[in-house]
Write a protein of this length. Sequence first.
Length: 279
Amino acid sequence: MIVSDLSCLFIQTRITSPIYALIVIGANILSQKYFFSMDDLSQGIARQLAAGISTRVFPGDQAMLSIVTCEPNAEGLIHSHPQEQWGVCLAGSGVRMQAGEEVRFKQGDFWCTPGGVDHGLHAGAKGAKLLDVFAPPRDEYRSAGSGFASESAKPKAGCLFCHPKLQEVLDENELCLTLIDNHPVSAGHCLIVPKRHADDIFEMTPAEAAAAHQLLLRARQRLQNEDPSISGFNSGLNSGKSAGQSVFHAHMHVIPRRDGDHENPRGGVRHVFPNKARY
């Protein structure tokens, strides 16, 4: 504060001594490096974390601060990172998902997330503004980019659906893909999968589930436009080895059906136990 006052005095009196000039320049450099404003959108490293969620990151040597702006009802995917994280709600409200628990928060609430713990959020109807502190800093946030860049959000090595071939992609939105099924049980059989690796349907977030449903509706429309003989659909999910899951990345089967393609289709998915399909 003394330096700031002196700087003004030096400028106002136009002192030309070299040592005074150096003090003024040093004070300006100091303020630019270590003093910031939440209202100055030109400051910080910009990062788009998810649809409707953006942040400005301010990295230090031992800790990192992130000012997060969430649009109404925006959702941050479940993710994790090795750094400890503290968060404060500066404005608005929402729901914090952490370690399988959901806790509502409002302005003035704050929390701690230990390193390695899965977490995410759902902003309230009026959005939210948060201040996050990471210790130690997250190296991946030291440069502009997008996404949470977390271990749990990264593609899994060797996973077929984390690394689909371009020619297998039929449709996509921000969170999910529609893929060709390479072993179709009927013509047009396709799969809907989340882009983020999730072992099964129960690990998908509400936002991913909504995105999958959007692609399901688009797949139905596309298939019926391409083939008017389609008169029905089976859509289903296998979760766990005992339920028949063979690729452990969540996926929904979309199977077009046609009149006469099965002698007696009554029971539909109940045919997983053939002797109980008819009732």
